[in-house]
Design a protein around this ligand. Structure first.
Ligand code: ADP
Ligand code: ZN
Length: 655
């Protein structure tokens, strides 16, 4: 069965039991009615006063039966773009999402709002699945979450045929793009949704949106005629910092101790082994850190994820297997100890910080070894030459971001096609502008050393050995190969080892030098010749004198900026009287969440508790005006909240 779409399909739900039914109770048709119904659901169900930028247009378009492609950064408010239309339109909204492990939480969060939601995935037993299927067929679900692989099963398609579908939401839509970093073959067949149910509107959503990925989603899902919304991709509350990697563990510890004590955050590492090592190290330092990677037992992994979501202040040390769809709003920092493979990946991973709009840090430590390692991984990667070229392009863009002397945010946004933005004042290069220097002569010295070693083709010499030669060090390896006799021996004594490593790293980043083979042998590129001939100059970024881990000092060292302002925990920026109330509310929320076995933010977000703590509502009517307090939560928690407030408030002094 297919559905008649369009405005004529909005009868008021006579049962009146659904949160959405209330929204469509005006029984309106036409655009004015659509707008009214959507705004009413926003207020009644979600407790929000107004739409965020872009939401209204998307929602009205989908409510009216149109397709939409939504590119919005994490935290932008994508979920409402399909949840509200699903509540306003008759039938069940089908949400395709790859995030099986999070479906329970997503459904819990919706149920807490009074929305009738369910999911079908492989974690359920037959009985559980049957119950959900029956609810769907009986028209008792507003939203049904499905993993994409479910749609490969003919039985699922037949089930969908027998129910009434209000829309398809395709979450994490970038997974359909092979260009991107998260390709999932199961997503390719989602083009079939439109063929099988041509009149059901589809809304595809993603937080990753280079122009290339945008184009690929459009063609693969057949969304050329859809309403496209490309949001402003800036995340102004995130401070971007990329620092040279010296002693990564100590640098990380310093960041956590001085700027994020007690905060929840994510630390990304490339390998499972380093995840384990870093998690252990942090735990040994008294920081509540947990590991997460694909090699862990399923149960342990699920448990660690649940603790991260449910408890306050957990640091998750993880491979990039962790994090997609994690909508914990109060992640205060994302730290990378290894270089991400692409700007898209970097942006998506760092985007998990600060969904609640409060100040957050994205911190990346990166060094020469990262470049060598990533290049090696690309050389060794399976797939054809085109695939390796694509990986190389991604890496080059990431390296350019690392080595830029310009505002990081400007670079990031330009990568996502957003040009002409001004320097942000909230990234390391803005806070402490790096100096550049003319590295042409240094580059020539280094390249000619590589050229000379290249003549001994059977040998393998990495960056360390080349630098030893330039610095005139008679190491055993230098002596063994009689490299003291090279004309370049000792010609680089004017620079420190640190600087030379910077030169190598930046030449690699600029494509003026290459690494080969599993030993990371340095080799010349076509472009190297221009430098050696003197027809091309090389501008380099100066290596910072100071190590980020030494403590804050005058002059605002960007690497340790924030150390002075320190603690950005959730209660900062609150007026003095409000802070203890906020803590009380948090304690109440913690206990309530525990009792119900759901994450704390499912009860209320920090932002809502902050507003309550500052406004100090004294009646249910007052409470209802707070953003994030909808009808259902008001009925459920209103009295309890007023009790908590009454218990903590000093009676006002009449004068
Ligand atoms: P995304 O899926 O784009 O990452 P979410 O849909 O999770 O973002 O929304 C991010 C946060 O913003 C959530 O806490 C959500 O409840 C809140 N939010 C979304 N839309 C609005 C709005 N119109 N008014 C207030 N808060 C909103
Ligand atoms: Zn900046």
């Amino acid at each position: 069965m297919t559905l008649p779409p369009g405005p004529e399909g909005h009868p008021a739900d006579p049962s009146g039991t659904s949160a959405g039914a209330a929204g469509s109770a005006e029984g309106a048709t036409g655009t004015a009615g659509t707008a009214g119904a959507a705004a009413q659901v926003l207020r009644r169900v979600f407790g929000y006063e107004s739409f965020r930028s872009g939401q209204r247009e998307i929602i009205e378009h989908v409510v009216d039966g149109g397709d939409a492609l939504v590119l919005m950064p994490t935290g932008g408010g994508k979920s409402l773009c399909y949840q509200i239309p699903a509540l306003v339109r008759p039938g069940t909204g089908i949400v395709v999402s790859p995030l099986i492990a999070l479906m329970q939480d997503q459904v819990d969060a919706l149920r807490a709002l009074g929305v009738r939601a369910g999911f079908l995935n492989s974690s359920q037993d037959l009985d559980q699945r049957r119950t959900v299927e029956a609810a769907f067929l009986a028209g008792e679900l507003d939203l049904l979450y499905l993993a994409p692989e479910r749609l490969r099963v003919e039985a699922t398609l037949r089930l969908l045929d027998r129910g009434r579908i209000s829309l398809f939401a395709i979450d994490e839509a970038h997974c359909v793009a092979q260009w991107g970093h998260d390709f999932r073959p199961d997503y390719l067949m989602l083009s079939m949704l439109h063929e099988r149910w041509p009149s059901v509107p589809r809304v595809a959503l993603t937080a990753t949106a280079t122009p290339e990925t945008h184009k690929e989603i459009t063609t693969r899902l057949g969304l050329a005629d859809a309403y496209h919304h490309v949001a402003d991709f800036d995340r102004p509350n995130i401070q971007y910092r990329i620092v040279p990697k010296k002693e990564p563990k100590a640098q990380l510890l310093h960041l956590l101790r001085t700027e994020h004590p007690g905060d929840a955050g994510i630390v990304y590492c490339l390998s499972r082994a380093s995840v384990e090592k870093i998690a252990e190290f942090l735990a040994g330092q008294g920081i509540p850190a947990l590991p997460y990677h694909a090699g862990l037992d399923n149960r342990v992994r699920a448990e660690n994820q649940a603790r991260f979501l449910r408890e306050d202040g957990i640091v998750m040390v993880a491979t990039i297997a962790f994090g997609m769809g994690i909508d914990k709003p109060d992640v205060r920092f994302v730290a990378h100890l290894d270089l991400p493979k692409s700007v898209e990946g970097y942006y998506q991973e760092t985007g998990r910080a600060g969904r609640d709009g409060l100040r957050s840090t994205a911190w990346l430590a990166y060094g020469l070894q990262d470049v060598v390692q990533q290049r090696r991984l690309i050389d060794a990667s399976p797939g054809d030459a085109a695939h390796r070229r694509r990986l190389g392009t991604h890496l080059d863009a990431m390296l350019a971001l690392c080595e830029t002397v310009e505002c990081r945010r400007v670079g990031l946004l330009a990568y996502f096609g957003q040009r002409g933005t001004a320097a942000c004042g909230n990234c390391d290069t803005c806070l402490e502008p790096p100096q550049s220097w003319d590295g042409t002569v240094a580059a020539q010295k280094l390249l000619s050393a590589v050229l000379r070693l290249d003549r001994e083709r059977h040998q393998r010499f990495g960056a360390g050995h080349v630098i030893d030669i330039l610095l005139g060090r008679s190491t055993p390896k230098v002596t063994q190969h009689r490299h003291e006799t090279l004309t370049v021996f000792g010609v680089g004594e004017d620079l420190r080892e640190l600087d030379w490593r910077g030169v190598v790293r930046q030449l690699l980043a600029q494509g003026l030098l290459a690494v080969q083979g599993e030993h990371g042998t340095l080799a010349l590129t076509e472009a190297s010749a221009d430098v050696l001939r003197g027809t091309r100059t090389v501008a380099l970024r100066r290596e910072p004198e100071r190590v980020a881990r030494s403590s804050a000092r005058a002059g605002g060292d960007a690497a340790s900026a924030g150390a002075g302002r320190a603690r950005r925990t959730a209660s900062v920026d609150l007026p003095a009287q409000a802070a203890p109330v906020f803590e009380k509310l948090r304690a109440w929320r913690g206990a309530t969440a525990k009792e119900q076995g759901v994450p704390a933010y499912v009860i209320f977000h920090d932002a809502t508790l902050r507003e309550i703590a500052t406004q100090l509502p004294t009646s249910l009517a007052d409470l209802a005006t707070i953003s994030g307090v909808g009808e259902n939560k008001l009925a459920k928690y209103g009295e309890q909240l007023l009790d908590v407030l009454a218990g903590s408030a000093e009676p006002p002094e009449p004068d």
